[in-house]
Design a protein around this ligand. Structure first.
Ligand code: C2E
Ligand code: CA
Ligand code: CA
Ligand code: CA
Length: 279
């Protein structure tokens, strides 16, 4: 806007220029990052509190720059989306995640699933269902062991294209999770028409649990809604035992959060999920 060129505040202008230069530099560096193997995945388990077993793991990307600095994914994923580098990054993420899942399956966790986060430019690609089908076959995985996570805001960007790709992925047997549910302007009426299998309740609904009864009522209602629509429900962001107790009292069984486990590198995850094999 006009603020950018405001002469009234030369300091702000200089700051914005610096910010812009930093983003440009970061975009260039990100291009190299894939090739230089600066990107890696960590995995956070999603536990089934009914069985006590890990139900799935969520792949979360990390970027460690050559100087050792870790760039938060929220920052560089947004940048990658703007530059379309996200498609290449996403292809690398899903391939690496399937490779790692196959190794965990072989090590004694044959039922485990992996969740992978998807961005808008990935989910509008016609070739995605074919590519993913080939990928799971290569690794001897079932399509339902791969869950693609997308957000409502992604869906809203290009609803028709995204819905078409979603429907084809579901036909092929892939699992689709609606991430951060309730965070944006959730269109509840849309939910019944979406070809999804899993609902991930945003951690905003968990944060205040235990303080007010109304928070608990809202969480319980969202869970009932998901179940009535025949969806699996995962609750994110459980950090305290109080929150865990309330989520379970609301009927929540699939739980992800720092209380149960932080995101872990593959070796640490394997040791956590297969303690005997690690010895
Ligand atoms: P998200 O998909 O909602 O992932 C959950 C985020 O919450 C992760 O942050 C995770 O580390 C964090 N988290 C997990 N449990 C807790 C908890 O108990 N408390 C709190 N406060 N936080 C918890 P992370 O790894 O920094 O990722 C941030 C976001 O970056 C993700 O949000 C996702 O939108 C995006 N992202 C991460 N990896 C990828 C990727 O491979 N591809 C794409 N497109 N986006 C990704
Ligand atoms: Ca996610
Ligand atoms: Ca989420
Ligand atoms: Ca998110």
């Amino acid at each position: 806007g006009c603020d950018f060129f405001s002469e009234a505040n030369p300091h702000a202008l200089a700051e914005q220029q610096t910010h812009l230069m930093q983003r440009l530099q970061m975009a260039q560096d990100l291009h190299q990052a894939l090739r230089r193997q600066e990107l890696f995945l960590v995995y956070q388990p999603i536990f089934d509190q009914g069985s006590g077993q890990a139900h799935a793991i969520e792949a979360l990307i990390r970027w460690r720059r050559p100087d050792g600095q870790l760039v938060p994914p929220d920052v560089f994923i947004a940048l990658a989306e703007e530059t379309h580098l996200i498609v290449q990054i996403g292809q690398w993420v899903v391939a690496q995640a399937c490779r790692d899942l196959a190794s965990l399956c072989a090590a004694g966790l044959p039922q485990l699933k992996v969740h992978v986060n998807m961005a808008a430019p990935e989910f509008t690609r016609e070739a995605l269902p074919d590519e993913l089908t080939a990928l799971v076959q290569t690794h001897g995985l079932r399509p339902d062991q791969l869950s693609l996570e997308l957000t409502e805001s992604l869906l809203m960007k290009q609803p028709e294209q995204v819905m078409a790709v979603m429907a084809r992925l579901r036909q092929r047997g892939f699992d689709i999770s609606l991430d951060d549910f309730g965070k944006g302007h959730s269109a509840l009426s849309l939910l019944k028409d979406l070809p999804i299998s899993t609902l991930k309740i945003d951690r905003a609904f968990v944060r205040e649990l235990g303080q007010r009864d109304s928070e608990r009522a809202i969480l319980a209602t969202i869970m009932d809604l998901g179940r009535h629509l025949g969806l699996q429900v995962i609750t994110e962001g459980v950090e305290t035992t109080t929150q865990l107790d309330v989520v379970q009292a609301c009927g929540g069984r699939l739980i992800q959060g720092y209380l149960l486990s932080r995101p872990l590198p593959l070796d640490a995850l394997r040791a956590r999920l297969l303690p005997t094999a690690a010895a």
